[in-house]
Design a protein around this ligand. Structure first.
Ligand SMILES: NC(=O)c1ccc[n+]([C@@H]2O[C@H](COP(=O)([O-])OP(=O)(O)OC[C@H]3O[C@@H](n4cnc5c(N)ncnc54)[C@H](OP(=O)(O)O)[C@@H]3O)[C@@H](O)[C@H]2O)c1
Length: 297
């Protein structure tokens, strides 16, 4: 089975390549092999690669910068997934794509279900929603996996930022009124491997039953402030020298950013559990695994 994985230099793409390489022939596509900023060139590139399954974690993920680069974000996150989906639908190739909790407006406190109305607050969220819509319009055998607060032991993410700041500063000020589930890239890769292990025919049936959309995150919830506290505690426990003495909770309003983030990023995991039989680990457990990797480097 030839599995095309995009975004292999990113968190999820990297974890997927590592996780699936013993079970499939991975076609690892970086930006040079498949540039999502050039959607018109995608069909010819896919013809050459001839995958049996496509997994697309590549995306324009710079949430704040997207406010100034709307056209590029829309092309990479909206138009390009549409081009991939049409190519895949025409050849009955299963297509797995990733989207985000940022398609929601973050109101309320209930976990978002897949069929709740999407009302993005930011250009990034709107571009990811545009991608979902393009894929749905293409039809075929597809699954859009919405996930949240992705991090890994390596890469550019909240964990690495908190680690760096905790080494440099005595006080960290971290937003306490945004709640969600930090989700490690390896957790996502494990779930995708589990989904693929059902075999292609089961996969078609389950994707259809899911209406092509499922939420995937670690179990449980915390605030950004709670996540930062767990990171610092975990690093200290592993003997890393840290300068930080206080982690002060602040409101999102005290930390102005170009793009608004949802206050409530909780994702309901019922469909994942009921249709795919996957119960993800609690976020604290997945964090331990990533902190251990950092400590053992
Ligand atoms: N990060 C989060 O907190 C989060 C939360 C919810 C959902 N998601 C979604 O989950 C998926 C994976 O996210 P991630 O955190 O793994 O992203 P990431 O670490 O930021 O990696 C993004 C990847 O996309 C590639 N890419 C960017 N522009 C491209 C282009 N024009 N053509 C080809 N490749 C391009 C990057 O390549 P280069 O290295 O060349 O730039 C990189 O490999 C994305 O769909 C994202 O929207 C992420």
């Amino acid at each position: 089975m030839r599995v095309l994985v995009t975004g292999v230099t990113g968190q999820v793409g990297g974890a997927l390549g590592a996780r699936l390489r013993d079970e499939a022939t991975i076609i690892a596509a970086d930006r040079a092999a498949l540039d999502l900023a050039a959607p018109h060139a995608i069909p010819a590139a896919l013809d050459r690669m001839a995958p049996d399954i496509i997994i697309n974690p590549a995306a324009y993920t710079a949430v704040d910068e997207a406010e100034d680069e709307r056209e590029l974000a829309m092309r990479v996150n909206g138009k390009a997934p549409g081009a991939i989906a049409r190519w895949a639908a025409a050849r009955a190739v299963p297509f797995i794509h990733f989207s985000t909790d940022y398609v929601f407006d973050g109101s309320g406190t209930k976990p978002w279900r897949e069929d709740d109305p999407a009302r993005p607050l930011s250009t990034y969220g709107a571009s990811k929603l545009a991608g979902e819509n393009e894929i749905r319009a293409a039809g075929g055998c597809f699954l859009v996996i919405r996930t949240s607060w992705v991090y890994a032991a390596q890469g550019d993410n909240f964990l690495r930022t908190i680690m760096r700041l905790a080494q440099e500063r005595k006080e960290l000020r971290v937003v306490a009124d945004q709640v969600g589930a930090p989700t490690s890239a390896p957790l996502i890769a494990d779930a995708v491997a589990n989904i693929l292990s059902a075999g292609v025919e089961n996969l078609r049936r389950r994707f259809a039953q899911a209406g092509g959309l499922v939420h995937l995150a670690a179990r449980g919830e915390t605030s950004r402030h709670g996540f930062a506290g767990a990171i610092v505690d975990g690093l200290r426990l592993r003997g890393l020298p840290l300068a930080v003495e206080r982690i002060t909770p602040i409101g999102a309003a005290d930390y102005p950013a170009r793009a608004a983030r949802p206050r409530n990023s909780r994702l309901d995991l019922g469909r994942l559990e009921n249709l795919f039989g996957i119960t993800p680990p609690p976020w604290q457990e997945a964090l331990v695994a990533e902190l251990d990797k950092i400590a053992h480097r």
